[in-house]
Design a protein around this ligand. Structure first.
Ligand code: TXA
Ligand code: MG
Length: 315
């Protein structure tokens, strides 16, 4: 049996499948089966008040899942789908409250991965898919990460290799007709602004978050992580500890610490694609502390810094 048939078999039987996307692996279930969707919350130990993103393949279905869609949302969908953009829109009546955590909006996206697009086009239901990690742990960008994070709760994995982007989708909601960034992600703010032709506000930190991914604790390795603008200062402070360093660009750190460089050539897309993988690798070394360097606060750099700050916030 082909892997796609096998994945479909699990999904139609209300079981979960870990699916590859261009951003991170998703933990997918039939969005129309309450029993299947419940398994996502159990497996991830995710709070029920955190809504799920609906994934589908056919752009024409957008009007089936959402209502009162602003014109600009259609333009964004046409430009960025399939791709790492999630649109939060007013939900259609038939979308279950278990998917949306009781909200009247639903997150929607067409992911860009050939295997998952083929799987989706062979299903007569959309998939809900949060990242396939235990709640608050590091997001997975490979099958190995899914197994590391979910352990014996790991479902069937549709193996699509490493995720190319390595950072979750950028989430956009709307206040009236105006787009607002709910979560920084794989598409940079500037790229969206250039396309729309106007500045976009963001509401990505709040004590009563619009998207619980905005809660400060998230994306955390089990090892304590701190952030700095100056690695040598950090090194001086923590002398004598077993340190892991997460760097960006050229560095003159030369000692026996464990060093991972997100992108020696200062390429922010490369850095994004390495971020979660390096956090998993550093975590596996069971060090005393990880010291990470901020990256430039521009484009996807802003999203990388966002993830690092949340990782640092949690211990
Ligand atoms: O790239 C991605 O978006 C990945 C891949 C698998 O597609 N998925 C992902 O899902 O990151 P998850 O559940 O880990 O994060 C989705 C975020 C959550 O923070 C959730 O609160 C927010 O999207 N969200 C979903 N529906 C929402 C809604 N109706 N209103 C506001 N936020 C919503
Ligand atoms: Mg997640």
């Amino acid at each position: 049996m082909s892997v796609l048939k096998e994945a479909k078999g699990h999904l139609v039987s209300d079981n979960l499948v870990a699916i590859p996307t261009e951003t991170v692996y998703g933990l997918a279930a039939n969005a129309y089966s309450e029993e299947a969707v419940r398994k996502i919350f159990e497996t991830k130990q995710r709070p029920m008040n955190n809504p799920l993103i609906l994934h589908f393949a056919d752009r024409k279905k957008l009007d089936d899942y959402a209502v009162d869609i602003p014109e600009i949302a259609y333009r964004l969908a046409d430009k960025f789908w399939p791709g790492p953009l999630t649109l939060v829109l007013k939900k259609a009546r038939h979308i279950s409250p278990i998917v949306t955590a009781g909200k009247d909006t639903v997150g929607l996206r067409i992911p860009n991965h050939p295997l998952t697009l083929e799987l989706l086009s062979n299903l007569d239901f959309p998939l809900v898919a949060p990242s396939a990690n235990a709640s608050n742990h590091i997001s997975p960008t490979s099958p190995d990460h899914v197994r590391k994070s979910l352990g014996d709760r790991t479902p069937f994995i549709l193996d699509g290799g490493f995720c190319k982007r390595g950072l979750e989708s950028t989430i956009i909601g709307f206040i009236g007709e105006a787009p607002v960034i709910y979560r920084y992600g794989a598409i940079g703010k500037e790229e969206l602004e250039d396309f729309i032709g106007q500045p976009i506000d963001s509401v990505t930190t709040s004590s009563s978050p619009l998207a619980p991914g905005m809660l400060s604790k998230h994306y955390s390795p089990k090892t304590k992580l701190i952030l700095t603008n100056d690695i040598s200062e950090g090194l001086a402070l923590y002398a004598g500890k077993r340190l892991g360093l997460l760097l960006f660009g050229t560095s003159n750190v030369s000692d026996n610490h464990k060093v991972k460089n997100l992108s020696p050539n200062r390429d922010l897309y490369e850095a994004a694609s390495n971020l979660f993988n390096y956090l998993y690798e550093l975590e596996a070394m069971e060090l005393d502390l990880i010291i990470a360097e901020f990256v430039p606060e521009i484009g996807v750099g802003r999203s990388i810094n966002d993830r690092l700050m949340r990782a640092a916030n949690s211990n």
